[in-house]
Design a protein around this ligand. Structure first.
Ligand code: SF4
Length: 195
């Protein structure tokens, strides 16, 4: 019998649709098993992730794991805990201001819905505005963050992007790191560690 999940992973890894758009060889970076407890979806791999083939292997990943989730690297990179994906699966290159380009929407339309269908997670976490806007177009970002959401009937949490470049948002929304993250952490820990 065909294992749909394995086929999907193989297909994403071999996708090179954006070669022309990027002007360099695309490198899809994502990880996790189909029974991962948490499906985490962010914007797209950073250049460091592109170079090292390791999801969230950058300053954003450190903040996410150490300060917000408060879990070990071992637990974060355990494929049975997290399936880590993005609206874009490849690093999209830099824009003229030195920031990363937006991920091509085509990527999420092509792959993300299949991943959501096949990954049997208990919880979905959307990391950053780009992922939030893809699933909840037209909604106010901070409203999404401060209330639990749902995608396909599954509990969904939205967090801001942990990037150091996002410091204005943290300054404008101190309640997130003072209170909301405590609620979110509780949900993450009970999803990962409660039998
Ligand atoms: S960004 Fe997505 S659609 Fe484009 S090459 Fe990578 S996997 Fe394929």
């Amino acid at each position: 019998m065909v294992d749909e999940f394995k086929e999907l992973v193989k297909d994403i890894h071999s996708c090179r649709d954006c070669r022309k758009l990027f002007g360099f060889e695309p490198n899809p970076v994502f990880s996790g098993n189909k029974n991962a407890k948490i499906l985490q979806i962010s914007q797209a791999p950073s250049q460091n992730v592109h170079n090292t083939n390791k999801c969230f292997n950058d300053a954003s990943g450190k903040k996410l794991r150490n300060e917000w989730y408060k879990i070990s690297e071992e637990d974060f990179y355990n494929d049975n805990n997290f399936y880590i994906s993005g609206v874009g699966h490849c690093y999209p290159g830099k824009n003229s201001n030195g920031g990363d380009n937006k991920p091509p929407k085509h990527c999420a339309d092509k792959w993300l819905h299949q991943e959501i269908k096949l990954v049997n997670s208990k919880l979905i976490i959307l990391v950053g505005r780009c992922a939030a806007e893809y699933f909840f177009p037209g909604r106010i970002f901070s409203d999404l963050i401060f209330r639990n959401q749902e995608i396909n009937g599954k509990l969904t949490i939205v967090v801001p992007h942990p990037s150091p470049l996002n410091k204005k948002w943290f300054k404008d929304n101190p309640y997130f790191e003072k209170k909301r993250i405590l609620e979110i952490r509780k949900i993450i820990h009970s999803t990962l560690y409660m039998k």
